[in-house]
Design a protein around this ligand. Structure first.
Ligand code: PMP
Length: 447
């Protein structure tokens, strides 16, 4: 008998009906559904460079990039070769490998403050472990997070979360106990006074502040000048840890992530350094790898060196680690320069197409990550918080998104996500995006 899925149905709609009969909502992660734009999510069969292909054989220029990992573009031949070689040596050992050490060393080379690194399989595990570690080290119960930031589907971090929670306009998640929710303080982003007030009231009970290095899960919202440094100052003053979530930005916006953009890229000269970093996405190059890293004095509280337990059957999986290592080794300065140049071209063209069509909007950017916000208020004042992001003219996105899709451009099906460019976006791929933008902007104008 044929392998399941070896011959996908030619018709996308049939695939989606079949999926909905077998999988909740037909998708294995809510961001893949077309919840806010309507229609059937495209079922993909292959991806190469800047392109993805659906079951009907249609090719799209891709700006989802697997939601971040595809920094080099899809299926880079050297990454695929590294995965094939690793797979041929065995899929999983449940024992340490030298590849894991090399990946940890590569992380530390780029981000020297990540003195010790623990590999896990998903960003959710990384933030979950970072929070447990912070509680274990400080002996305190509370965690501060910011509205609109997404840190994975950890119980305590889903309140007012971004990404799919924002797309679906959910305040949080059912199934999270009151007790767990009560241990999370949710504050408005970019509001240091609110953080100061929280520390004044609960200072000796706060284990950690967790923040996206630069939020990209409520659309792209840059930290205001001195915000991250201010978080560092306040957490240090009150004996709490600062967890910098670089799952999305890490190894994408620069060699040393967003921390590298705001600092020198060298720990010794850094203006500020968090206690813990979390990484994901690019670190696995499209395979399930994520990590947390930080000062050895903090990280060594993890078992087996310390009392904070954390484990994983597939942690540091050799095939996944091979993909991550190959990706990071290929991601040199030229790659980062190219991705940034593509982001400039596309975000500029996006802005001028909307301008020409008379759509009030604001394009916001952090390094090579950007997104668009629709509406007069966003255009006038910019978007600095989740409340600002929620107040935009969301209805303009649906026609804009579908016009782009019809023209062969695969955008994130949500306004609360960043657009992901890659090193594989060449002139041809970028040209196709630029060609599609004016009609899509007109569709947004007519909404
Ligand atoms: N943190 C951030 C900043 C993220 O963007 C994400 C995923 N979008 C996560 C954590 C969770 O990662 P994962 O989906 O791998 O669990």
């Amino acid at each position: 008998t044929a392998l399941v899925g070896a011959t996908p149905p030619a018709d996308n709609h049939t695939a989606f009906l079949r999926a909905q009969d077998a999988i909740p909502g037909g998708v294995n992660s809510p961001v893949r559904a077309y919840g806010s734009v309507g229609g059937d999510p495209r079922f993909l069969t292959s991806a190469r460079g800047p392109y993805v292909t659906d079951v009907a054989g249609r090719e799209y220029v891709d700006l989802v990039g697997s939601w971040g990992p595809a920094l080099l573009g899809h299926a880079h031949p050297e990454v695929v070769a590294a995965v094939q070689e690793a797979a041929a040596r065995g899929l999983s050992f449940g024992a340490p490998t030298v590849g894991e050490v090399e990946l940890a060393e590569e992380v530390r080379r780029r981000v020297p403050a990540a003195e010790h690194v623990r590999l896990v399989s998903t960003g959710t595990e990384a933030t979950m472990t970072a929070v447990r570690l912070a509680r274990g080290v400080t002996g305190r119960p509370l965690v501060v997070k910011f509205a609109g930031c997404y840190h994975g589907h950890v119980d305590g971090l889903l309140a007012e979360a971004g990404s799919g929670v924002a797309t679906l306009s959910m305040p949080g998640s059912a199934g999270v106990t009151e007790a767990s929710a009560a241990e999370t303080l949710v504050l408005p982003y970019n509001d240091l006074a609110a953080v100061e007030a929280a520390f004044a009231e609960h200072g000796d009970r706060i284990a950690a502040v967790i923040t996206e290095a630069a939020p990209a899960n409520m659309g792209v919202v840059p930290p205001s000048d001195g915000f991250n440094a201010g978080l560092r100052r306040l957490t240090s003053q009150h004996g709490a840890l600062l967890i910098l979530d670089e799952v999305l930005t890490g190894f994408r916006v620069s060699e040393a992530g967003y921390w590298g953009l705001e600092n020198t890229g060298r720990a010794a000269d850094a203006r500020w350094t968090p206690d813990l970093f979390t990484f994901g996405k690019v670190i696995g190059g499209g395979m399930p790898v994520a990590a947390l890293g930080g000062a050895a004095s903090v990280m060594d509280h993890l078992a087996p060196s310390g009392p904070v337990y954390q484990a994983g059957t597939l942690s540091g999986n050799p095939v996944a680690v091979a993909a991550g290592l190959a990706t990071l080794r290929l991601a040199d300065e030229m790659v980062y320069d190219h991705v940034a140049a593509v982001a400039t071209t596309v975000s500029d063209a996006l802005g001028s197409a909307l301008e020409t069509a008379g759509v009030p909007h604001r394009v916001q950017r952090v390094g090579s990550l950007f997104s668009v916000f629709f509406g007069e208020a966003a255009a006038r004042d910019g978007v600095r918080s989740y409340a600002d992001a929620q107040a935009q003219d969301v209805y303009r996105h649906k026609p804009f998104f579908h016009a782009m899709l019809d023209a062969g451009v695969n955008l994130p099906p949500s306004l609360f996500e960043a657009w992901f460019c890659s090193a594989a976006h060449d002139e041809d791929a970028v040209g196709r995006i630029l060609e599609a933008l004016p009609a899509a902007a007109r569709a947004a104008a007519e909404a």
